[in-house]
Write a protein of this length. Structure first.
Ligand SMILES: [Zn+2]
Ligand SMILES: [Zn+2]
Ligand SMILES: [Zn+2]
Length: 161
């Protein structure tokens, strides 16, 4: 992974490629780790990847039911936990919603650029930021092991309007 790696969420792109790549990577990662990517879990991942706008559990639940899957809340939350555990999705705390991981299977800390207008999210994985936080925390004798940063602002398209 390069130093700074914003994903293409804010750029014009064919999103079908994002979905395809996400499903392919998920299958590979689960195979390597012996994780069971059931049809339902895969469908949940697909729903999270529907766009670059994070989706809430409730929307996923409704959609699963419409698709004829088991839409019971515990089942949906278990599927989301599975996907989180394998680094295939992230939870955006401030939106109480989930977004697909742009580079699954790689160790990264989670810095998110969140557009306040269209709510699309791009992942920014900047090692310099991560190190700066770790070093500042160390000055307080604090050992940081988990950092999630949610950065609000406007994406390029929304700035134009
Ligand atoms: Zn996309
Ligand atoms: Zn990620
Ligand atoms: Zn926007």
């Amino acid at each position: 992974m390069t130093d700074t790696y914003p994903d293409q969420a804010f750029a014009k792109h064919d999103h079908r490629h994002c979905i395809k790549a996400a499903l392919r990577e998920a299958a590979r990662i689960c195979r390597e780790r012996n994780g069971r990517l059931t049809e339902q879990r895969q469908r949940v991942l697909e729903l999270v990847w529907k766009s670059h706008k994070p989706v809430g559990a409730y929307v996923i639940l409704e959609q699963l039911r419409a698709d004829g899957f088991n839409g019971a809340p515990p089942t949906v939350y278990r599927a989301l936990d599975f996907l989180l555990e394998h680094g295939l999705i992230h939870r955006i705390e401030s939106l109480n919603a989930y977004t697909g991981c742009a580079h699954p299977g790689e160790q990264h800390s989670g810095q998110f650029l969140i557009c306040s207008h269209c709510q699309r999210v791009a992942e920014l994985d900047d090692l310099k930021v991560k190190k700066a936080i770790r070093n500042s925390a160390a000055l307080h004798g604090f050992k940081a092991d988990h950092q999630v940063i949610e950065i609000r602002g406007l994406c390029p398209q929304c700035q134009d309007h």
